[in-house]
Design a protein around this ligand. Structure first.
Ligand code: FE
Ligand code: FE
Ligand code: ZN
Length: 278
């Protein structure tokens, strides 16, 4: 099964996102758990979340990928920011327990001067505090572009975060690979996919990979910019991304588009990708 979805707005509620996903030809989707740049949080009604679950199940969809807002910084040395990130992530995970098999993706954050090692330690400590050993949701560290003082740009850093999480929580930690970010981070995912996936496997382990953010990039390899482009219109190109969605090691994973599109653009990209899926 080809699981493909795009990023959707949560503003109309949970069930509404499921309907929108189906309307653009998607069988999964991603959304922000709360305003990506603000601090407010309105907990969704249980009935709305359960209606989404029923709709997705009835249509053979893969569970959604919830994305934490950009205001979190788990790597931060600032107590107030770190605590806010931890408490909000806990709240998000509580809601997600209503969605069987849900995935939760977050940015490991910026160390803002304290160094990656300290940032990694802060991030891992946060995960150890929010993850409960019995939870159903997998928490995914997103691979980053390395903009500013972002941690998680190298596979080694991602691995270091996982290794520093409490052992009881570690089985619930996975990785989401963003094709734009890793290209910006210097991994030639379209030019030399073999080498990149081998590196991922030897450093992190492909069994830790649970989702792919499928994006083209406005910038060349190693640019560290993090500017997504529409599929086929950027540095990675359609041929390269076609290789990614058809690679036998990862083709079973859900793919999520975070390309600069409105719904009609997403519908077109999903149809295009389906047409080149083998
Ligand atoms: Fe992201
Ligand atoms: Fe992403
Ligand atoms: Zn990005």
């Amino acid at each position: 099964m080809f699981y493909i979805g795009c990023h959707l707005s949560v503003s109309g509620g949970y069930e509404s996102m499921g309907k929108t996903a189906l309307s653009v030809g998607a069988n999964t989707f991603q959304y922000f758990t709360r305003n990506p740049r603000g601090r407010g949080f309105k907990r969704p009604a249980d009935s709305d979340v359960l209606a989404l679950v029923a709709l997705m199940e009835a249509n053979g969809c893969a569970p959604p990928l919830a994305h934490a807002p950009y205001t979190f910084n788990p790597a931060s040395a600032e107590e107030r920011i770190w605590t806010y990130s931890r408490d909000s992530m806990r709240e998000d995970l509580e809601v997600l327990e209503m969605i069987p098999g849900a995935l939760y993706n977050f940015h490991p954050g910026c160390h803002v001067g304290i160094g990656s090692e300290a940032g990694i330690a802060n991030c891992a400590r946060l995960l150890s505090e929010v993850i409960t050993p019995g939870q159903g949701t997998r928490v995914l560290i997103e691979t980053m572009a390395g903009k500013g003082s972002e941690i998680g740009k190298t596979f080694e850093e991602v691995r270091a975060i996982i290794d520093s999480v409490d052992e009881a929580c570690r089985p619930h930690v996975g990785v989401c690979l963003d094709t734009c970010h890793i290209s910006d981070g210097g991994y030639d995912i379209t030019g030399d996919r073999e080498a990149v996936l081998e590196a991922f496997d030897s450093v992190i382990g492909l069994e830790r990979l649970y989702a792919i953010h499928l994006n083209d990039s406005k910038n060349p390899l190693g640019a560290a910019k993090d500017r997504h482009e529409k599929i086929g219109e950027g540095f990675l190109g359609l041929e390269g991304l076609k290789g990614v969605i058809n690679d036998k090691r990862i083709k079973h994973l859900p793919f999520y588009l975070e390309t600069p599109n409105e719904l009609d653009g997403y519908a077109r990209e999903i149809a295009l990708l389906k047409s080149v899926r083998e």
